[in-house]
Write a protein that binds this ligand. Structure first.
Ligand code: NAP
Length: 286
């Protein structure tokens, strides 16, 4: 396997050191530190894992963490009221609404009700707009995690590179494409229509930087990878009891220069970025 592994854990460790130091400074300046409130509507096994990881990381870094559990049958306007209450809460610095929400609740509408100052996942349209301007203080966690992984590649000059992002979701693909553009990376975004047209291999084969965030195991064949490419696989898929990404890892690793393992690549960084966003939100509010 000639490719070097891009492991999220080691990058996360460095960011955590900075977060710890910053929280200590903030606590000694203000007499208290940041607080994160996570809102869980109903039960969901996928979000349970993420919630546990949030709580553990927050406590480990010295961030106050509260899980607010809400019944699955809550009416949409009642949920909005609960969020507005958190917006007003003086001790609450960051709010995260766990996804997925029950079917009767419009997740996009809900994201508009989180105060942009407390929106630590950058899901509010105002915070998304700041990404276009290049002025965002908090970034969508997974997209930012991908950028941190790229930044960790020694001597990688992003300026002028050619990247392909596969997947155009609002939380990963679209913001990531903007973050790359802000760094003058020539960026192509592929999506479901690219897949249907059958041209996905053509685009992937040209990518010096390839980032795949779809959620389909083995979607990107190892043979499509450009020699020496940097490959970031965001996908998380459970296949025969194992977690795998969207890229055929073994063959891709023979061709890439750097590649993220799944698990162990993007995942460990995402929650760390969330905590960095809580600290940033605290500073904005202070
Ligand atoms: P999502 O909202 O379902 O988006 C998937 C995207 O892939 C959509 O834009 C979809 O297009 C596109 N797509 C579907 N089939 C395609 C195909 N054949 N060719 C090209 N594009 C295709 O998912 P997400 O939230 O962005 O997450 C993507 C993956 O990343 C999932 O496996 C998720 O579990 C994982 N993830 C990991 C982390 C982490 O921390 N490691 C964080 C977040 C997500 P359409 O919408 O047009 O159908």
């Amino acid at each position: 396997m000639p490719a070097k592994l891009l492991e999220g854990k080691s990058v996360a460790l460095k960011i955590k050191e900075n977060i710890r130091a910053e929280i200590e400074t903030l606590k000694s300046k203000y007499g208290f530190g940041p607080k994160l409130v996570s809102v869980q509507v109903g039960e969901n096994s996928a979000s349970e894992i993420y919630i546990k990881s949030q709580e553990k990381t927050a406590r480990d870094l010295g961030i106050d963490y509260e899980l607010k559990k809400i019944a699955a049958d809550i009416k949409q306007d009642e949920l909005i009221k609960a969020i507005e209450l958190l917006n007003k809460g003086k001790s609450v610095n960051g709010i995260i609404i766990q996804m997925p929400l029950p079917q009767h609740i419009d997740a996009k509408l809900i994201s508009r009700y989180i105060s942009p100052l407390k929106d630590i996942e950058a899901v509010h349209p105002q915070n998304m707009g700041e990404i276009i301007f290049g002025t965002a203080k908090v970034l969508p966690c997974t997209a930012a995690a991908c950028m941190e992984l790229l930044n960790s590649v020694p001597e990688l000059e992003l300026y002028g590179k050619e990247a392909v992002v596969v997947g155009h979701s609002e939380i990963v693909g679209k913001p990531l494409a903007l973050l790359l553009l802000n760094k003058f990376v020539t960026t192509t975004v592929c999506h479901i229509a690219t897949g249907k047209r059958g041209t996905l291999p053509e685009f992937v084969k040209k990518a010096e930087i390839l980032i795949v965030a779809v959620g389909k195991a083995g979607l990107v064949k190892g043979d499509w990878i450009k020699e020496g490419a940097i490959v970031i696989d965001v996908g998380i898929n459970r296949v025969e009891g194992k977690i795998v990404g969207d890229v055929e890892f073994d063959r891709a690793a023979e061709k890439a220069s750097y590649i993220t393992p799944v698990p162990g690549g993007v995942g460990p960084l995402t929650v760390t970025i969330l905590m960095r966003n809580v600290v940033e939100a605290f500073k904005q509010q202070a």
